[in-house]
Structure formats: structure tokens, C-alpha cells
Design a protein around this ligand. Structure first.
Ligand code: ZN
Length: 237
């Protein structure tokens, strides 16, 4: 093998390693490289349930009823466009003591390539709408799919929000049964965990369903309560 060929292979490995490193920084939901991310709460006997991509009447309404029945508060990371179409659901969340977080204006999957001004618009427009309904802007942000970029982080910082990640999840936006969601969430659940579930549909999944999440929730709540833990909202911390 010639020196030139070796150099070519070396450059390939080098660029592959850089791409892998960048991928970890930006794509791994709890990566701290782009910005600090909170993925656990400091609480010995509590977990924090979070619901993303709502609000949507079909799934948020039954979830709110189940949470009320269990006397549990949670956190909802809402999409601006969904809030605009379902303002009353946000009012219901607030009056039940739940916490609202910013999950961008439209959850566009190409947003990872967005500029600083793109991210300022995505973040500010959503925070302004939440402030209009709740009286104060949200303090927490969850990146769509957990993907972070430096442009996005600048907008999140400028809006005085903290990134929230998650420790426990069930792939409940894919075709998982209620039993599968229950098992995945509860088998390794530990106090302090932030749990990711979904009560809504982002634009790319507007024909999909979160019915399995709704069906799994009573057992998940029972499992938390039976262990003597509490489920709390991030606003309570
Ligand atoms: Zn999402």
C-alpha cells in the first residue's frame, strides 16, 4: 500500500471520527457539549413525567383526565402550532397545575440545519404564545428529537430557558404496544428520572396515533405510586 493510499485511509478515518463526534454532540439527547441539559431531577422519591408534541384533543384530553385521577402533575412540552389550534387545552393544563415547556413552533425536522434567526423565531414565537396564555414565558425547552445545535442553543439561552432531556423513554412514537411502553418505562425506572412520553402529534406524524401511550399511562402511574414514589412536574422543582 502506498503512502498516498495510507494518507487517504487516515483522512477517511479522521473525518469519520469527527462526524461521529459531532453526531454525539448534536444528536444524543443528553449530550452536554452544545448546552447543559437537565436529564434527572434532584429528588430521592420522585420522577418527572413529560409529554411532548401536544396539545392534541384526541390524546391530551384523556391524559389530563388520567393525571387528575391519580392526582399527579406533569410537564407538557408543547408545539406552538398545536397550542394555537388548542388554546383551551393549555388552559386546562395550567389550571390543573401542570408545567408547560417550549418544544418549538412547528417541530420541523430540517430545523437542525436552521440559522440563528430561524431558531430565534421558532423559540420566541412559541414562548410568546405560552406567555400570553400562562402569564409568564416558559423556563424550559426540549429540542425536537433531542437534536441540539449551537444556533438553537443561542436562541434557547437568549430566551432564558434550560434544556430538558430524559432518562427513561419507550419509543412511544413508533408502533409499540401499551404493554411494551409500560415495560420499557418501568423496568429500569429510578427516582430522579425524567420520563419521555408523547401526548401529541408533530406535523410529520399527523396521521399517527398516541393511543398506546394513553392506554399505558394508568399502569405506569400505578407502578410509580405502588413504589411509594411521587410523580412531579418540572415546575415544582
Ligand atoms: Zn417532539
Amino acid at each position: 500500500m502506498s503512502a498516498a493510499e495510507l494518507l487517504t485511509i487516515g483522512a477517511g478515518i479522521g473525518s469519520g471520527a469527527i462526524a461521529a463526534g459531532l453526531g454525539y454532540c448534536c444528536l444524543y439527547h443528553n449530550s452536554q457539549v452544545v448546552a447543559p441539559v437537565i436529564s434527572r431531577i434532584e429528588s430521592s422519591g420522585s420522577v418527572a413525567l413529560t409529554f411532548d408534541d401536544g396539545p392534541t384533543p384526541r390524546f391530551t384530553e384523556p391524559i389530563l383526565k388520567l393525571l387528575a385521577k391519580a392526582n399527579v402533575q406533569a410537564t407538557f412540552f408543547c408545539i406552538g402550532e398545536n397550542i394555537l389550534a388548542n388554546r383551551s387545552l393549555v388552559s386546562d393544563m395550567l389550571s390543573a397545575g401542570h408545567c408547560i415547556g417550549n418544544h418549538t413552533w412547528n417541530h420541523d425536522h430540517t430545523g437542525i440545519f436552521g440559522s440563528k434567526s430561524y431558531w430565534h423565531r421558532q423559540v420566541e414565537r412559541t414562548s410568546d404564545l405560552i406567555a400570553e396564555l400562562s402569564g409568564s414565558p416558559p423556563r424550559i425547552f426540549r429540542a425536537p428529537m433531542g437534536f441540539k445545535t449551537w444556533q438553537q442553543a443561542a436562541a434557547v439561552r437568549a430566551a432564558h430557558m434550560r434544556y430538558i432531556g430524559w432518562r427513561s423513554w419507550a419509543w412511544d412514537t413508533t408502533n409499540v404496544s401499551p404493554q411494551g411502553i409500560y415495560r420499557r418505562i418501568t423496568r429500569r425506572l429510578a427516582p430522579g428520572d425524567i420520563v419521555l412520553l408523547h401526548d401529541g402529534l408533530e406535523y410529520a406524524r399527523r396521521q399517527a396515533s398516541q393511543a398506546a401511550t394513553v392506554a399505558a399511562l394508568p399502569e405506569i402511574l400505578s407502578s410509580i405510586i405502588d413504589r411509594g414514589w411521587r410523580a412531579v412536574s418540572l415546575g415544582a422543582l
